[in-house]
Each structure stands twice: as structure tokens, then as C-alpha cells.
Design a protein around this ligand. Structure first.
Ligand SMILES: [Zn+2]
Ligand SMILES: [Zn+2]
Length: 331
């Protein structure tokens, strides 16, 4: 079997594959970049060649321009680069999100990127991929992050909107344009009233639709719309800073949609809905891969690495790997 250092190197600029001479989610311009998904902290502009899932490719072109050079793959489709076989599997995070399986000389490494294990009813669900080495995220890797069932959260949101509407209050939810918004729009009860969305959410919805996800049609919020037009409606936007008409609305109720709601440090109340795995989701996913060696990135890396070690895994905090310049050292 090959050495892990042939396949993965954790650097400040992302994950590098030495044998394949390509990168995964690099933050700086590279010759060849495999992109797990189109969120900006994973998909940087300017790479010479992008390799990603078809749907991520559409989003990357939407964000960076039609001429962006992308090599497109389906889920379960493989390509081999410099002897390293690359296959993508659904990560269940946002449209096109992929886990990247790297196979070289008998070793199987999966870089999961961002993922969630719950089925959101919008995109293909997270798929377990058996491997020797699993690279997991750890955004919500603490035991108090446990999500309620999506139906429960959406019921709460529907009741909240309905009750606001009856009092002439405009309901505003703040949600990421890619992923969270589509989930809300797909599951909120459109019979309650008019739904307004930002232009960017509308553009992203069209990509979802072109990829076979039926999205309900919504009105696009315009800055010139008078407050009386918005009364009692539901508005889904990433932030209200660019909308003077929303800022000056007197009767409004603004809620954030985020997993961080569970911490209570976000000033306004909100709905705890996340596109990342919760504590149980992470542990289930890690165990199901059958991997003995786990690398922990993005989030509570030291906390989760320590926890995994206590469970008997050979676990590594990638922040320490970067600092020490090795993927092998035990610490
Ligand atoms: Zn993401
Ligand atoms: Zn991320």
C-alpha cells in the first residue's frame, strides 16, 4: 500500500495530492483544482483548470463566468490523473456537493468537503464510501449541536410566518443564497402568502431547476418596492443591508436560519437549520466509512480529533499537520 503522504498533504492553501499533482479546494490560484462544492470558501476564482461535479460546474460558471475552464464529472464517474483515480460521491451539502475518493496503489482516501447526513428532500443524499482514510469537516463537532428534524423546523417557520401575516408583519429570514435558501423555498408553505427572494437566490434557483430540482416560482425583491407591497409576505435574503426598503420597514420580524442559533449568541432569534452534519451525523458518517485514520478539518478540529482518539481512531488535526508540516506525526 502506498503512503498517505503520496496522496494527501494539508497546506495553508488547501489539500495537495503529491502523486496526482492536483489540489482539492485550494484557496489560491492553481493549475488543477478539484472543487468539492461552489461555496466561496471552497471554490476560489482563477484556477487554470477546475474539476468538479456537473452541477458545481454550472454554479462556478454562474459565479466566475461562462468561460471558466471546467472538467465535469457525474457522481460515481472516475478520471485518473497521473495515476491517481478520482471519483465523486454525493455529500448532501448543497447542489453538486461531492466527496472526493482518491485511489492510489491500493489506498482509498475520501475528502468529504462539507457534508450533511440528513436527507433534505432537495439534493442527492450523502453516500457512505468505504475507505482507509477519511477527511472530515468539523463545523458543528460538539455534542450540543443536534438538529431537529427538518419537518419540525419548517412547521415552526410556517406557523411563525402565518401568525406574523395575520398581524400585518413582514417575515424576513436571513439564509445563505446557495443551499439553505433552496431548502427553505422548497419546503415552506407557499399557500400562506407571497414569497420574495434576492436576485442572486433567483439565479441559483434557476441552476437548481436546470439540474432537475423543481423549485417553486417566487417574486424577486426590488429595492423600489414600497413597504405596503411587502406587508405580510415572507422574504428570503442573505442579508438586508442592501435593501433600504427592508431596513425601514416598521412592522417586520427578522430571523436567521443557521446551526449557530443553538449557541444563542446570535442576537436575533432564528431557526436552527444547517447544511452541515450535526454531532450525531458526523459520528455516524465517520464510523460508517470503516476508516481507521481520520483527518479533521474546518471547525472544531482539536476538540473533534481528541474525541475521535478517545474512541480508538487514529485521528489527526489538520491544523496541526499544517503547522508541523507532516501528515504522519502522532500528537
Ligand atoms: Zn459549504
Ligand atoms: Zn465550508
Amino acid at each position: 500500500m502506498s503512503l498517505i503522504t503520496d496522496i494527501l498533504r494539508f497546506t495553508k492553501e488547501g489539500i495537495y495530492c503529491p502523486k496526482g499533482d492536483f489540489w482539492i479546494d485550494p484557496s489560491r490560484k492553481k493549475n488543477m483544482a478539484i472543487i468539492t462544492h461552489a461555496h466561496r470558501d471552497h471554490a476560489a476564482p482563477g484556477h487554470i483548470q477546475y474539476i468538479c461535479h456537473h452541477d458545481t460546474g454550472k454554479l462556478i460558471k454562474l459565479f466566475f463566468g461562462e468561460k471558466t475552464p471546467v472538467t465535469l464529472l457525474d457522481y460515481h464517474e472516475s478520471i485518473t490523473i497521473n495515476g491517481v483515480k478520482i471519483t465523486l460521491f454525493p455529500a448532501g451539502h448543497v447542489l453538486g456537493s461531492s466527496q472526493v475518493l482518491l485511489e492510489y496503489n491500493g489506498m482509498r482516501c475520501v475528502v468529504a468537503g462539507d457534508y450533511k447526513t440528513d436527507d433534505d428532500g432537495v439534493i442527492p443524499s450523502f453516500e457512505t464510501v468505504n475507505c482507509d482514510v477519511f477527511v472530515t469537516e468539523s463545523t458543528f463537532a460538539k455534542p450540543h449541536y443536534i438538529w431537529d428534524d427538518q419537518n419540525t423546523v419548517m412547521d415552526d417557520m410556517n406557523h411563525w410566518w402565518q401568525s406574523n401575516r395575520e398581524q400585518g408583519i413582514t417575515s424576513i429570514v436571513l439564509a445563505y443564497s446557495l443551499g439553505k435558501s433552496q431548502r427553505i423555498l422548497k419546503h415552506v408553505d407557499h399557500k400562506i402568502g407571497t414569497i420574495y427572494i434576492s436576485e442572486q437566490i433567483d439565479r441559483i434557483n434557476k441552476v437548481y431547476t436546470s439540474s432537475g430540482v423543481t423549485m417553486p416560482s417566487c417574486a424577486v425583491i426590488e429595492t423600489w418596492l414600497p413597504p405596503s407591497d411587502l406587508e405580510g409576505s415572507l422574504i428570503v435574503v442573505p442579508s438586508i443591508s442592501q435593501y433600504l426598503n427592508l431596513q425601514t420597514l416598521v412592522k417586520k420580524d427578522v430571523r436567521r436560519v443557521s446551526g449557530w442559533i443553538l449557541d444563542g449568541w446570535i442576537a436575533n432569534e432564528g431557526f436552527a437549520l444547517s447544511d452541515h452534519a450535526d454531532w450525531d451525523g458526523l459520528n455516524t458518517a465517520v464510523k460508517a466509512t470503516g476508516a481507521e485514520r481520520i483527518y479533521v478539518q474546518h471547525g472544531f478540529t482539536s476538540y473533534y480529533t481528541k474525541y475521535l482518539k478517545e474512541q480508538g481512531y487514529e485521528a489527526y488535526d489538520t491544523r496541526q499537520c499544517i503547522k508541523r508540516g507532516t501528515e504522519l506525526e502522532l500528537f
